[in-house]
Write a protein that binds this ligand. Structure first.
Ligand code: COA
Length: 194
């Protein structure tokens, strides 16, 4: 497993914490850096109607767009944005999802997390295990006290993932975020350092 580069110092905020020495894991998944060979995941997630609306992955990406998306994931830690992990099957190391811990608000002790699982691997606890692993990793970052999730109210699967991983609903944020050309309400869920 090759950590993707050393963190670059961000203006006014200090460096990101280092890439974890041992990969966060829980249940059937391990969180590892993206590898250039993870383009199949980009194609799987890019075929989902929702995933391309909430990130930088184009819908039905070309091979070049898939490679570029993987490259961007590998670059995010170096660029000081946070940790973009591939969710890999612990038995095969195949990438079956993506989960990120975004650290723009690290100086305030806060992070946000986001996740997506390849459609063919949904419904068997992959996202829940990945979020449990990510949240445990978050508490290894001394400055972090709070991890937030922003979830659309219709997204029952994501709400169940958040709840099962120990996140609590705080409030509804009306017209909070542009998604797919409209402003959407978002539920704010959060986990607090135990
Ligand atoms: C949300 C998402 C990550 C869940 O991944 P997953 O690996 O299937 O999640 P899990 O298997 O850990 O848990 C899913 C839970 O939602 C439930 N669920 C799944 N689809 C559902 C649906 N349409 N309606 C109600 N519940 C649903 C499952 O039964 C399970 O709950 P349970 O464990 O209590 O039975 C996946 O659906 C996804 O990638 N969606 C598109 C991207 C997205 O919405 N990301 C989150 C943005 S906030």
């Amino acid at each position: 497993m090759t950590p993707p580069g050393e963190p670059r110092r961000r203006a006014g905020t200090g460096p990101l914490p280092p890439w974890p020495r041992s990969a966060p894991r829980h249940g059937q998944v391990v969180l590892r850096p993206f590898e250039p060979s993870d383009t199949a995941l980009a194609h799987a997630l890019g075929a989902d109607p929702y995933v391309p609306l909430i990130g930088s992955l184009p819908a039905r990406p070309s091979p070049q767009q898939a490679r570029q998306w993987v490259r961007r994931q590998r670059q995010k830690h170096t660029d000081g944005e946070g940790f973009s992990f591939a969710i890999a099957d612990a038995a095969t190391d195949t990438a079956i999802g993506a989960i990120g811990l975004w650290l723009r608000d690290l100086p305030q002790g806060r992070a946000t997390a986001g996740y997506a699982v390849s459609p063919e691997h949904r419904g068997s606890g992959v996202a829940t295990s990945a979020l449990v692993a990510l949240t445990a990793f978050a508490w290894t970052v001394p400055a972090l006290h709070r991890v937030e999730l922003y979830i659309e109210p219709w997204n029952t699967a994501s709400i169940r993932v958040a709840t099962a991983a120990g996140y609590r609903r705080e409030r509804l944020l009306r017209a909070h975020q542009w998604i797919g050309g409209t402003r959407r309400d978002m539920l704010l869920y959060a986990a607090i350092r135990p």
